[in-house]
Design a protein around this ligand. Structure first.
Ligand code: GAL
Length: 480
């Protein structure tokens, strides 16, 4: 194992003592941006950085080539090429005054097949990326799974193209994926532990399972795009097991304190959290609908991994499950919007809690909304932080951002949401960082490049980044 070079330690100490941070926030508060590998890495002219070995690669290519209408016409290989341009992006992040950066490792780059042999070139690449962050005083927060799974574990077409793919591996429906994910986490802990202390196992597991098996949104399809509540439950529970196994592997095998703060590994889950509210505040049924939505999407997973109780058939009754939890050192909260929901009769007879629908996107007729048709509602961030803090662990806001192509709404969005973070801290919540999604525009999954979340845009032909005015707003808040 290599030791941290002395010059790097000196750089880190100098950077932390020279940087002037907003004094209203705790001293070691992390100010960052968030990206993910699949959404940002690809895009060089020669295509040498393309990674065709993940489920999302095949998913987007198949649907675009066959014009199925499930996804946009965009392809990930036309992205910002962060794989080559990461130093420029990290310079940009540093120039804003940030001290942290959230990114993910692409599992299928390191393990493109089932041989168990890591690709040395890709391992070396991520070492370089992490070193580049640390040299700039940006603490890496590394996610192991950000929506994409290697093809050898998940054939995303097994449902929509059964004739040709029906026998393919079924991703999070298979125990094997859980087992392999834990092995991958163990590998990352041993390989990158000397550079990384802050880990997230899985990004938004409920979006993976609900998106894959219960998603009613046409044109915004997640693989495998099946409507099947049993599979949604199986996938969710496997994601819980995968998280718990990965947590234990990271804690066991990353025992190198990379930045000298006394902590070798601090490991969490990243949960998508929405501020659910009844469509009609006076309607008892709608109130129940909002509770059910919050139970299913905000709390069910956290109850398992942060409290160690599992509701295995989604009926509101949970049993102790020490296998699953508590297996978090912190909870990562991703917050984008408030959703008003209304009550339906249960959609599936065996699942009484799946009995609501959001009034999204109709809410945008009377409320300010983003280019995603998400209602802009800053107090909702406070509301979900309240839920997350009730589990008794430290919190990071691991994503918060807005799709806003003309950058009209983003400045106020950032100010208002950070004000809610400060409100939560002043009310006693243990919040340790805020990561804006995203540094640069990127591939917004099934919606492609049209949704622009970046503090920087990029030119599709030259990949040159241009800073948006809102980036300065964020920078000023950090330095206040
Ligand atoms: C989150 C996801 C990110 C990004 C963001 C913006 O759900 O983790 O990858 O796409 O939404 O919609």
């Amino acid at each position: 194992m290599k030791k941290t070079p002395v010059y790097l330690l000196i750089t880190l100490i100098l950077f932390s003592s020279c940087s002037k941070k907003n004094k209203s926030f705790p001293e070691n508060f992390l100010w960052g941006v968030a990206v993910s590998a699949f959404q940002t890495e690809m895009g060089n002219r020669e295509g040498t950085n393309n990674d065709p070995n993940s489920d999302w690669w095949l998913w987007t290519h198949f649907n675009v080539e066959n014009n199925t209408g499930r996804v946009s016409k965009d392809l990930p290989e036309n992205g910002p090429n962060m794989y080559d341009l990461y130093e420029m992006d990290f310079d940009n992040a540093k120039s804003l005054g940030l001290n942290a950066f959230r990114l993910s490792i692409e599992w299928s780059r390191i393990f493109p097949d089932d041989s168990g042999i890591p690709v040395a070139k890709e391992v070396a690449h991520y070492h370089q990326v992490f070193q580049a962050l640390r040299e700039r005083g940006l603490k890496p927060l590394v996610t192991l799974h950000h929506f994409t799974t290697p093809l050898w574990l998940h054939d995303p077409l097994w449902f929509i193209d059964r004739a040709n793919h029906g026998n393919g591996p079924k991703g999070w429906l298979d125990d094997r994926t859980v087992h392999e994910f834990v092995k991958y986490a163990e590998f990352c802990a041993k390989e990158f532990g000397e550079e990384i202390d802050l880990w997230a196992t899985i990004n938004e597991p409920m979006v993976v399972s609900i998106g894959g098996y219960l998603n009613p949104l046409p044109g915004n399809a997640f693989p495998p795009n099946e409507l099947n509540p049993e599979h949604m439950v199986t996938a969710t529970i496997n994601l819980m097991k995968a998280h718990a196994g990965a947590y234990r592997a990271l804690k066991q095998y990353d025992n190198i304190d990379a930045d000298g703060d006394g902590i070798a590994s601090f490991v969490g889950i990243v949960q998508s959290m929405t501020d659910f509210a009844p469509l009609d505040e006076t309607d008892e049924d709608d109130k129940v609908a909002a509770e059910h939505a919050s139970y299913l999407l905000n709390k069910w997973f956290l109850n398992a991994v942060a409290r160690g109780v599992l509701d295995s058939n989604l009926d509101g009754e949970a049993e102790p499950s020490p296998e699953l939890g508590p297996t978090v050192d912190y909870i990562g909260v991703n917050y984008y919007t408030r959703m008003r929901v209304y009550k339906l009769a249960p959609i599936f007879p065996d699942y009484q809690f799946i009995d609501f629908l959001p009034s999204f996107p109709e809410d945008c007729e009377n409320n300010p909304c983003s280019d995603m048709d998400y209602m802009i509602y800053p107090p909702g961030l406070y509301n979900v932080l309240l839920i997350a803090s009730s589990y008794g662990f430290p919190l990071y806001i691991t994503e918060n951002g807005i799709a806003d192509a003309d950058d009209n709404q983003r400045p106020q969005f950032i100010r208002d949401h950070i004000a809610q973070v400060l409100r939560a801290i002043n009310d006693g919540m243990d919040i340790r960082g805020y990561f804006y999604w995203s540094l640069v525009d990127n591939f917004e999954w099934a919606l492609g490049f049209s949704k622009k979340f970046g503090l920087f845009s990029f030119d599709p032909a030259t990949k040159v980044r241009t800073m948006r005015p809102s980036a300065e707003v964020y920078s000023e808040i950090i330095g206040d």
